[in-house]
Design a protein around this ligand. Structure first.
Ligand code: RIB
Length: 350
């Protein structure tokens, strides 16, 4: 294997000079640099990244841990991250925690052993002891999508509470009073915040909260399916459902279709997370859209800033907005049509 020594000999310089020229640090005259680069090309020299990292104490590698890589939401987040860090010369190691805090901790240990320069984390639950210790030691860390108590780190999140509240208020505006929710896990930030949004919307409309109408899923499809079926088995099922993420919404839609429930006539549905497939469903899904790509890109930008400039005195928090995309599954179009046809009749009666 061609070594740095061979390159130095070929270029007629010392090993230290060749190393500076190839590593891009320290002073080397432009002529010497091009001599060394020419020699490296000629000998087809590939630097040993491990050895270089040991000298520079930087691996130019970032850890990215998402809570479910099968979820298209996180695919968009990761794309946003990768587009930014790639421009700055970093590579990512992507890990999938599968909404499992133990698996997450295992990956955190591995990433630490691999000496990643920083970490982008969408946590699966509360902060474990390992993460707390690593953060205390000064790990450059940015939390994405979900915050965790006890960790003072930069974070990029969306306004989950307002997004959920707007969705439920929309259903209330369409005349629904019995609104069920399939909420996310309550130990997860987004699960908790979206349920708070649901509760706030009911409280503002003075609709009493019914425990039976709140069912907690795990952010995965199977729980959406199971809990929608439970709603349908109630003596007095809800007339509308607010489902707190995309995968649980797919599960709920499958259960409703299997049971022959018409959407939105028998049950209106609003989901959280607007996915590409939402508009081609029958009926098209009304959903709360979150800027997943921007979430990843902003988080990556924060981490790069931290790596370049060092820690900021106060952790920064970026809160992005959600947007309610009204389509047909909530019944808004039916509602509009019935108002349009009923108005002339009312006028005639008057
Ligand atoms: O599906 C995962 C969900 O959890 C998404 O809605 C995302 O916001 C995350 O918190």
């Amino acid at each position: 294997m061609v070594t740095l020594k061979d390159v130095a000999r070929q270029a007629g310089v010392s090993v230290a000079t060749a190393s500076r020229a190839l590593g891009g640090y320290g002073y080397v005259s432009p002529e010497t640099r091009s001599k060394v680069l020419r020699a490296a090309r000629l000998l087809d020299y590939h630097p040993n990244a491990l050895a270089r990292s040991m000298v520079k104490k930087r691996t130019h590698t970032l850890g990215v841990v998402v809570s479910d890589n099968a979820n298209p939401f996180f695919a968009a987040v990761v794309r946003g991250i990768e587009d930014v860090v790639h421009r700055h010369g970093y590579a990512v190691i992507l890990c999938n925690a599968d909404e499992d805090p133990e698996k997450e901790e295992m990956y955190l240990r591995i990433l630490r052993e691999k000496r990643v320069d920083g970490l982008l984390l969408a946590p699966s639950g509360e902060a474990g002891r390992f993460l707390r210790a690593w953060a205390r030691e000064g790990l450059p860390l940015v939390l994405i999508d979900r915050k965790i108590e006890g960790i003072a780190a930069d974070a990029v999140i969306v306004d989950n509470r307002s997004g959920a509240k707007e969705a439920v208020a929309h259903l209330i505006g369409l005349g629904h009073r019995r609104i069920g929710t399939i909420c996310g896990p309550q130990q997860v930030y987004t699960g908790f915040e979206r349920l708070q949004g649901y509760l706030e919307a009911l409280r503002e409309a003075r609709i009493p909260v019914e425990k039976d109408l709140i069912r907690e899923g795990n952010f995965k499809q199977d729980s959406g399916y199971r809990l929608a079926r439970e709603f349908l088995e109630m003596d007095d099922p809800p007339t509308a459902l607010f489902v707190a993420n995309n995968l649980m919404t797919i599960g709920a839609l499958l259960a409703l279709r299997e049971a022959g429930v018409r959407i939105p006539q028998d049950m209106a549905v609003v989901g959280f997370d607007d996915m590409e497939w939402a508009s081609i469903l029958t009926p098209p899904l009304t959903a709360v859209a979150q800027p997943a790509y921007a979430l990843g890109a902003n988080a990556a930008q924060l981490l790069i800033q931290r790596l370049l400039r060092g820690p900021s005195p106060q952790p920064q928090e970026i809160v992005l907005k959600t947007r309610l995309v009204v389509r047909e599954s909530c019944g808004a179009s039916l509602h509009l049509r019935s108002r349009q046809t009923s108005q002339p009749r009312r006028a005639r009666a008057l």
